[in-house]
Design a protein around this ligand. Structure first.
Ligand code: PLP
Length: 446
């Protein structure tokens, strides 16, 4: 395929050309219509071609496109911080803006470390982050050490520091071979064991996605999991960092996913839907406790990027959140998410649909070769890619992922349409998805 001078994600990929978008739809260069059933990677939550957000960014670009954050403050970012704070849980009313998810996680890691250095002195022994297998926190050298898609990080392991990891709450394939609730949340108490093993005086924070996204396919936690994690972190003076890069800004039916359980972490990382794809944007929401130590100490966060506190991205963030609040899109995500889930459960009659899961408009399907034994397809068959291609032929875009069982085997995909989706459009998504899956069943038959 000819990419001209552009270095693409994959020179060998056969990509259709996207030329325009409107609402939940994308159009290719033959004017074929596709439902954006995954918002790219859970980004375009307001859908495509939103004139209000586009105008807000345009107006901001004409007024002030850039003024370096080390020498200037600007109204656009002050306003965006107010807007983010208006939907933030607990005391997470302090916001640091960046350009995307990996930068948000990097910022959170550095701020968390700096907090302990400023609080306890330069000799603070707190140097370790704990994360989970089957998580994705970004593609930078720093974030890859936390976890990530094995296929994407394997070749780079000598370059980064590997964080200790606990197993995820993968109830469909419980790492402890137990069932909930009789397991008494062994996967959550694993955090306590890990903190004890390392020594609480060495642990800075636990980092996790509230609903695990791209690496497992919308893995929602069992009842009580996040509350238990919060208790453990508090008990051992370990910070809790929620990676809400995918789950944040209404995706799961609440402003932030931790709101479902009334859990307040010390830091929430957000990106993707924060500006709904209209400008590169991300941020961290930080608790007063951390900000007070910083303000009373050095006063300066030892971190920064050129596009930190960028006015155009800030305008996109403010407009996005205002529209979401005004149009009741968090509530819509909850309602339409339940409708979507009911339809996905009906698809359990298909021989390759092993599990359906998720929360709000962040749903996932795990594909298996044998439903009774949960045996996956051999990785060489590329089952997730085949299902994606079958759905694409139906005019539905989904987000595939692999390797969640042992880093190699396992196929799943995310289905996460824009939060503006209507009842009739969900019905249409379900119709196209069933047709795509039925075709995949035929092509995957042994
Ligand atoms: C949960 C999670 N964290 C972090 C990231 C990294 O975000 P970005 O690709 O914007 O750097 C992603 C991206 O998919 C993500 O899903």
């Amino acid at each position: 395929m000819d990419f001209g001078k552009l270095i693409p994600r994959n020179y060998k990929a056969e990509l259709r050309k996207a030329v325009r978008g409107k609402g939940i739809y994308l159009y290719d260069d033959e004017d074929r219509e596709y439902i954006d059933g995954c918002c790219g990677a859970l980004i375009s939550s307001l859908g495509h071609g939103n004139e209000e957000v586009a105008k807000a960014v345009y107006d901001q670009l004409l007024t002030l496109e850039f003024a370096h954050p080390s020498r200037w403050k600007n109204d656009a970012t002050l306003e965006a911080a107010e807007e983010v704070a208006s939907i933030a849980p607990g005391d997470l009313k302090n916001v640091w803006f960046v350009s995307g998810g990996s930068e948000a996680i990097e910022s959170a890691l550095k701020l968390a470390r700096q907090y302990f250095v400023e609080r306890d002195g330069k000799g603070s022994g707190k140097t370790t982050f704990i994360a989970r297998w089957n998580s994705y926190h970004g593609s930078t050298i720093g974030t890859m050490g936390l976890a990530g898609s094995m296929a994407r990080r394997r070749e780079f392991t000598p370059l980064f520091q590997e964080s200790p990891k606990i197993p995820p709450h993968y109830c469909y394939r419980c790492p402890y071979d137990m069932t909930c609730p009789s397991c008494e949340l062994k996967c959550a108490t694993a955090l306590e064991d890990e903190i004890q093993r390392i020594g609480p005086e060495r642990v800075i924070a636990f980092v996790a996605e509230p609903v695990v996204g791209s690496t497992v396919g919308a893995l929602n936690p069992p009842e009580g999991y996040w509350q238990r994690i919060r208790e453990i972190c508090t008990k051992y003076d370990v910070l809790l960092i929620a990676d809400e890069v995918m789950t944040g800004i209404g995706r799961t039916g609440k402003a932030f996913c931790v709101d479902h359980w009334d859990v307040v972490p010390e830091i929430i990382c957000s990106a993707k839907a924060m500006a709904s794809g209209y400008s590169p944007a991300g941020g961290i929401l930080v608790s007063q406790k951390l900000v007070d130590v910083l303000k009373g100490g050095s006063g300066a966060f030892q971190h920064g990027h050129t596009y930190n506190a960028n006015p155009a991205s800030a305008a996109a963030i403010t407009a996005t959140i205002r529209i979401m609040k005004r149009d009741g899109l968090f509530e819509n995500a909850m309602k339409r998410g339940e409708q979507l889930m009911a339809g996905l459960k009906d698809m359990m009659d298909l021989p390759i649909v092993g599990d359906v899961r998720g929360l709000g408009l962040m749903r996932g399907i795990e594909i298996v070769a044998n439903k009774d034994t949960k045996e996956p397809f051999p990785p060489s068959i590329k089952a997730a890619a085949l299902v994606t291609s079958c759905c694409m032929d139906q005019g539905l875009v989904i987000y595939p992922g692999t390797g969640m069982i042992n880093g190699v085997a396992g196929d799943q995909f995310l289905i996460a349409p824009p939060l503006i989706v209507t009842e009739a459009q969900i019905d249409d998504i379900l119709k196209k998805l069933r047709a795509g899956l039925e075709e995949a069943c035929v092509r995957l038959k042994p």
